[in-house]
Design a binder for this molecule. Structure first.
Ligand code: ATP
Length: 235
């Protein structure tokens, strides 16, 4: 469904991605793990059109999308939950959610989706008129995921949803990611430093080091791989 083919992405003269190839099939949960600075966020930014690759291709259902604007890429169904949530702090929960649907015209369907995300995360219903900036870290992450869902993604890109959150909240968020994947057949591409949790959730995983993919396998095989265990699971 989403094919990233030999992409090279730069920041000025610095090459952050070196010949990265990733295949994501419809309905899968795929994770990309790696150390700080490996290039994981850059991979997501390249897919979203924020830092487009200088070479290589990104194909959605076989169509190249690497030259489309970020807005067009969202319209094609690829939506990112950025690292550090980046919700709108001075808008209420409901206003944040409505922003996620700003490219959609079908108001009844948007209202239906608003109700759906409130059932996924009931705490957002309770906080519906509270300003985004006053929410806890976990609630902000829930809001950021929900805001992305308001765009009706076919592929949801998640950048370190566990960052800075307590283990119990991480568990809850990861369970809901699984639920989103199952209930609406939303394909998930999850970037994580928390490799253990990410591999437990995912079907397949990619390992990235210094801007290159060094391993790809089923999540179960990666969890059992000695090199992965030493480098990323602290075992
Ligand atoms: P982290 O988990 O810390 O977010 P990451 O694996 O997501 O790390 P990236 O943020 O993609 O890694 O960074 C990849 C490389 O690109 C790093 O060497 C980083 O310093 C560099 N880089 C990232 N953003 C920029 C930027 N805006 N300008 C210049 N270099 C950048």
């Amino acid at each position: 469904m989403l094919k990233i083919k030999n992409i090279q992405t730069f920041y000025g003269n610095i090459q952050a991605l070196k010949d990265v190839t990733i295949d994501i099939h419809e309905g899968e949960i795929v994770t990309l793990i790696g150390a700080n600075g490996a290039g994981k966020s850059t991979t997501l930014m390249s897919i979203c059109g924020i830092t487009p690759p200088r070479a290589g291709e990104i194909l959605l259902d076989g169509d190249p999308i690497q030259n489309l604007s970020p807005e067009k890429i969202v319209q094609r169904g690829i939506v990112q939950v950025p690292e550090g949530r980046r919700i709108f702090p001075d808008m209420t929960v409901v206003e944040n959610l409505e922003m996620g649907a700003f490219l959609r015209n079908n108001k009844p369907q948007v209202q239906q989706d608003l109700n759906y995300v409130m059932t996924l995360f009931p705490i957002l219903e309770k906080r519906r008129n509270q300003l985004g900036g006053t929410l806890s870290g976990g609630e902000q992450q829930m809001l950021a995921i929900s805001r992305a869902l308001m765009a009706r993604p076919r592929v949801l890109l998640l950048d370190e949803p566990s960052l800075g959150l307590a283990p119990l909240i991480i568990k809850q968020i990861f369970e809901i990611i699984k639920q989103i994947n199952k209930e609406s057949n939303t394909t998930i591409f999850l970037v994580e430093q928390n490799a253990n949790q990410a591999l437990k959730l995912a079907d397949r995983g990619y390992v990235m080091e210094n801007g290159r993919i060094t391993l790809v396998d089923s999540a179960d095989s990666l969890l059992a791989n000695d090199d992965v265990r030493k480098a990323y699971l602290g075992i």
